[in-house]
Design a protein around this ligand. Structure first.
Ligand code: GLU
Length: 297
């Protein structure tokens, strides 16, 4: 049976979109269109210091220019904070998260002082300073208004969840190893959630069946898979596509001065041609075949 697929594009409005974003959006869009499904647009704007409304407008403009129409209302994570709080409360009740009062400086000092600090995909792991604080001390510091994040006790969570894995449309069967991330932050000091928690909750709440995103987020999926198990959420199929590279094989990273879609448009780029070129590089077996698509194969 070929059930309709629901995919999504979930950019963070921290700047203008680049070709890499267009590629991700296109892959997700084409998957949904090929399967008679829905392509959702979710704005991941939980970081109050980096997200800007003008970038949201830019994202909508760029997607329209590319001809990548989305289905339904645009969803904003900043409007869904109670959902993430409820998920965090469940994890609190399960004794799987703890408040972390550490500053960056304190963590860095602890890591510097350790002979062999373990590293994960995103650098040195949190050294566990607040993991074993007593309940009374935690309660007192929270009551005193001391700023704190909430971290997942990854060892406990892992032990409870048991072995996990997921199916990846590009990488095949993957065994999850969330422990390599250490005690990840699920709610930040400056935001009542984190990327990991919000994305996991939203993909489930929005009924996303197929998460299409760049392989730079592959490592994060290990954490998301664990959170799904802990929160009893369905497991979508994942498709981590390779990142776009230039003629020299170098990654077209957002920060490496690659042109924005807006600047390409201003210079007269042809959206249909661009989409056609990007589509030819999609690793997914679904290419085009939809309405409102800027270019045909
Ligand atoms: N908001 C994330 C980003 O812009 C992507 C989230 C995802 O696709 O899971 O990098």
């Amino acid at each position: 049976m070929n059930a309709p697929s629901i995919s999504r594009f979930a950019p963070s409005p921290t700047g203008r979109l680049h070709l890499g974003h267009a590629f991700s959006a296109l892959c997700a869009h084409d998957l949904a269109r090929a399967k008679g499904g829905r392509f959702l647009l979710r704005i991941e704007d939980i970081d109050p210091t980096r997200c800007r409304p003008e970038h949201v407008a830019g994202i909508l403009e760029d997607l329209r220019w590319l001809g990548l129409g989305w289905d339904g209302e645009v969803v904003f994570q900043s409007e869904r904070l109670p959902l993430y709080a409820a998920a965090l409360d469940r994890l609190k009740a399960m004794g799987l998260v703890y408040p972390c009062f550490c500053t960056r400086t304190r963590i860095a000092a602890e890591i510097a002082a350790s002979a062999a600090a373990p590293h994960g995909p995103d650098g040195p792991l949190y050294p566990g300073i607040c993991r074993d604080l007593g309940e009374d001390e935690r309660a007192a510091r929270i009551a005193a208004g001391e700023p704190h994040a909430w971290r997942l006790d990854i060892a406990r969570a892992d032990a409870l969840a048991g072995p996990l894995g997921w199916h990846d449309g590009v990488a095949g069967e993957v065994a999850a190893t969330p422990e390599v991330h250490g005690d990840v932050v699920l709610a930040r000091k400056d935001a009542p959630t984190s990327y990991h928690l919000a994305v996991t909750v939203d993909d489930a709440a929005q009924g996303v069946t197929d998460v299409v995103r760049g392989e730079d987020l592959f490592a994060a999926t290990h954490v998301h898979r664990l959170l799904q198990a802990l929160l009893g959420l369905p497991v979508p199929r994942y498709h981590h596509h390779p990142l776009l590279t230039d003629e020299k094989g170098e990654r077209l990273a957002k920060r490496a001065g690659s042109p924005t879609l807006a600047s390409m448009r201003a210079e007269g780029a042809d959206a249909a041609m661009l989409v056609k070129k990007l589509r030819a590089r999609s690793p997914l077996p679904f290419k085009g075949g939809g309405q409102g698509v800027g270019g045909e194969r």
